[in-house]
Write a protein that binds this ligand. Structure first.
Ligand code: FES
Length: 362
């Protein structure tokens, strides 16, 4: 071990010729440090090579890296393969996001603890003093830098402790794959499998049976239930139609005044929705096309439907065209009629995607 006083004494001494045969790698490294005005004043291995303590620490570090590899692999499996398909409201899916967080967290903690233990317990303790200097790099310095890098690699002990190298590779390779997982997942996942994104609870049942418009308590709605100028929120009259399973289905059924209804019909015809209204009644999705908030503040005098989230406004008498705010797409219109028993039904499902825009629109 060299003391601080020795360091001061060595300040003015002649440089060592690094081509001198017999110099050890450490001698060259130390000489390199000196030429950079760095004096290694304390150098002490923490564990003896081949000792029991070294083997124990090696196993500990390797365990952390292998834990990292396992956690990162679990992240990939969850991210890409489970759940293979999304089923709204089903039990297992609620664990998806927490599991991604836990596995990624364990992977990162494993790397952190592994590197900390390696650096704090296995690498030699070293104290150096550096005097700053400026200047071009000489050829000797390049030799010295090369030797220093090799020496550092030796000091990491990967050659002597192959388990560390293997575990580091096994741990970090899956972490690298985690970074690429979103790309792979983006290629594999099929968010609108079975047309999931394009159907709502108003899609006719098998056999073509039309779905009724019901209140929150499940009672079907008749024309007389909505006064002129009024509106009511309706849901598909199917099992769980008023639950989150069909969160894209809430619809505003509006009873327009005569003059407004005429204006609406003209606007509907312009966009190919000539037969979407029943009498003076029109139905529009409540799911804002901007970011999906429920747009349900209906201003009767102006026929505007307001979304409270970012203040988009839709003009109902112009086929729910956005006239203010960030929304850029009309609220989809539900084609409606009245069945033989006098209740409102959806003639078909929505004919446009409900909710915020996404780039693969039908
Ligand atoms: S969600 Fe409606 S305006 Fe933003």
């Amino acid at each position: 071990m060299t003391t601080h006083t020795e360091h001061q004494a060595q300040q003015g001494r002649e440089p060592l010729d690094v081509n001198t045969p017999g110099l050890s790698q450490f001698d060259i490294v130390r000489e390199g440090a000196r030429r950079d005005d760095i004096e290694i004043v304390h150098y002490e291995p923490q564990v003896a090579p081949g000792s029991k303590a070294e083997r124990r620490l090696t196993r500990t570090v390797a365990s952390f890296f292998l834990l990292t590899g396992l956690a990162a692999t679990a992240f990939l499996v969850v991210y890409i393969w489970w759940p293979w398909e999304y089923h709204a409201g089903s039990g297992g899916d609620k664990w998806y996001t927490p599991l991604l967080g836990v596995t990624l967290g364990v992977a990162l903690l494993g790397i952190g603890f592994g590197i900390l233990t390696w650096g704090k317990k296995l690498l030699p303790k070293e104290v150096s003093i550096q005097d700053r200097h400026e200047g071009a790099v000489a050829s000797d310095d390049r030799i010295i830098t090369g030797q220093t890098m090799l020496y550092m690699a030796d000091e990491l002990g990967v050659k002597r402790r192959p388990l560390l190298g293997i575990s580091l590779l096994a741990g970090l390779a899956p972490v690298g794959a985690v970074a690429a997982a979103p790309l792979v997942g983006g290629l594999i996942s099929q968010p609108h499998k079975n047309n999931q994104m394009f159907t709502t609870g108003f899609a006719p049942a098998e056999g073509g049976q039309k779905v009724r418009l019901v209140r929150e308590d499940g009672r079907p709605v008749r024309p007389a239930d909505v006064s002129t100028g009024g509106q009511i929120t309706v849901f598909p009259g199917i099992d769980h139609g008023v639950s989150n399973l069909h969160a894209d289905s809430p619809t505003l059924l509006i009873h327009l005044r005569d003059s407004d209804a005429q204006e609406s019909r003209r606007a509907n015809e312009r966009v190919g929705h000539g037969d979407y209204m029943w009498g003076n009644y029109a139905a529009y999705s409540k799911i804002c096309t901007h970011a999906g908030c429920p747009a349900s503040l209906y201003e009767q005098q102006t026929n505007r439907l307001l979304c409270p989230c970012h203040q988009s406004q839709f003009l109902i008498t112009d086929n729910a065209r956005p006239i203010f705010g960030p929304a850029s797409r009309r609220l989809p219109q539900l084609p409606i009629e009245v069945d033989s028993e006098g209740y409102f039904v959806a003639k078909s499902d929505y004919t446009e995607t409900v909710g915020p825009d996404f780039w693969e629109r039908p």
